[in-house]
Design a protein around this ligand. Structure first.
Ligand code: ZN
Length: 160
């Protein structure tokens, strides 16, 4: 695939199928719950759009065994958070770091290999966002928030 240089239109031009996926996650977020004793608890805010996310994760040996999310805001931010929560389950924290950098490259419009794209699962629905830089902050909010949570978790554990 080469560079697609679509110049026309607004956000409403996102592929219909993709819009369906995003709206589905927005309306029925996956893993929306509160965990009883999470190892990671972290909140994030995107001031550009007013999006808010809260993430909790329970870990066993650096692997995410359970995740709970909640949030408020635009459909992109909440759908991306929900999709991230699905991807994160049973992943190690270093798997997550790899996925974050993959997702960032994807959002920037970098062509990924088929294998890399399939790792992102439903997030493919967010392709085309690179044309809307302000929306990239929405899509990344859950991810950068989780990154912060992991950093805190690691520095807390290193201090003990
Ligand atoms: Zn937003």
């Amino acid at each position: 695939m080469g560079d697609e240089t679509e110049t026309s239109g607004s956000f409403g031009d996102l592929d219909e199928l993709y819009q369906e996926v995003i709206l589905d996650h927005y309306r029925s977020p996956r893993n929306k719950k509160t965990l009883e004793a999470p190892d990671i608890t972290v909140d994030g805010l995107n001031p550009y759009c007013g999006d808010e996310v809260s993430i909790q994760a329970s870990l066993v040996d650096d692997r995410v065994v359970d995740i709970g999310i909640s949030g408020l805001g635009c459909s992109i931010s909440q759908a991306s958070l929900s999709m991230m929560s699905e991807l994160l389950k049973n992943k190690s924290l270093s798997d997550f770091q790899r996925l974050v950098s993959l997702f960032k490259r994807f959002l920037e419009g970098t062509d990924l290999s088929d294998c890399e794209t399939s790792e992102l699962g439903g997030l493919e629905a967010l392709s085309g966002l690179h044309k809307y830089p302000i929306r990239i902050k929405c899509a990344l909010l859950g991810w950068t928030t989780m990154e912060e949570g992991i950093l805190d978790y690691r520095s807390d554990n290193a201090a003990k």
